[in-house]
Unconditional design. Structure first.
Length: 267
């Protein structure tokens, strides 16, 4: 068991950096002119709704270190379901966990995914390192592409497995930026490509959350038939607004999240 939340996030962060080298540059860009460390608003993980490995199995690792279940979200077109979790300490990152509703997908996809899941050792799921253990199976690049044609999410999972698919800078805690459009301009000036699905800024002050994200880095994966470079993980930026009671909104916005998922689409 991870003794502290911080140890768990450090391990997730180190694992994320292995395939997302641009995250270091993002930190330099946004954090270099302020005294305090960049605070992460949230991270996200992905899985399948299979009973062996549904989102609750991932959530158990966070519940064990003091997280509580909060909101739930439905993504009909992408065939996804998600929940978010919060820690009592608001400076600890929130956690967004989604799962693919496998039974709503084609028979071909179901059989590939079920055979991947069969390869996971039951004991691995409760082991300390599960949330950053990557894949427990091997797929060919052809299989990856077949999955991609039906569900980008399924293809990403087949290639990358269990790991944080993004970290999210909290703009609220940045001392040198207050507007998300300024953060975005800075990133673009530094050469980053942003996810423009649904517009570069997702959400609005009215829904109490504005978000933007980079397009995922490309990193090589060793498939059963060779090495190929494909989209890995990305960085997100979130600005939260106060509710009528004066407290910052802590939930997510399904219409915005729907577009954030597309940050792992190929350029
Ligand atoms: C999660 C996408 C949703 C957000 O902040 O709305 C999300 C994912 O890409 O797995 O992170
Ligand atoms: Ni996110």
């Amino acid at each position: 068991m991870h003794n502290t939340v911080d140890n768990l996030f450090q391990a997730l962060w180190d694992n994320y950096l292995e395939v997302t080298p641009s995250a270091v540059k993002v930190h330099e860009l946004l954090g270099s002119t302020q005294q305090n460390d960049v605070i992460n608003d949230h991270i996200a993980l992905r899985t399948f709704n299979h009973e062996k490995i549904g989102l609750e199995k991932l959530a158990a690792h966070f519940l064990a270190v003091g997280y509580k279940e909060c909101g739930e979200y439905h993504f009909e077109a992408k065939k996804l379901y998600a929940k978010h979790y919060e820690h009592t300490d608001p400076t600890k990152p929130k956690v967004f966990i989604s799962e693919l509703l496998v039974e709503k997908c084609s028979q071909a996809l179901q059989s590939v995914v079920n055979s991947m899941i069969d390869e996971i050792d039951e004991a691995a799921i409760t082991a300390d390192n599960f949330l950053y253990s990557g894949t427990h199976w091997q797929v060919s690049h052809d299989t990856y592409q077949a999955l991609l044609a039906e569900s980008e999410y399924a293809a990403w999972m087949a290639a990358w497995g269990y790991r944080a698919n993004h970290f999210t800078v909290s703009i609220n805690y940045l001392s040198n930026f207050t507007k998300i459009t300024d953060v975005n301009q800075n990133l673009k000036d530094a050469g980053f490509e942003l996810n423009s699905a649904g517009g570069e800024v997702k959400g609005s002050p009215e829904v109490l959350l504005e978000q933007s994200s980079t397009l995922a880095d490309h990193h090589s994966v060793l498939f059963s038939d060779g090495e190929f470079k494909i989209p890995s993980c990305f960085y997100e930026f979130a600005l939260r607004y106060a509710k009528p009671d004066g407290e910052l909104y802590t939930g997510f916005v399904a219409a915005s999240a729907d577009k954030i998922f597309e940050s792992t689409n190929a350029r």
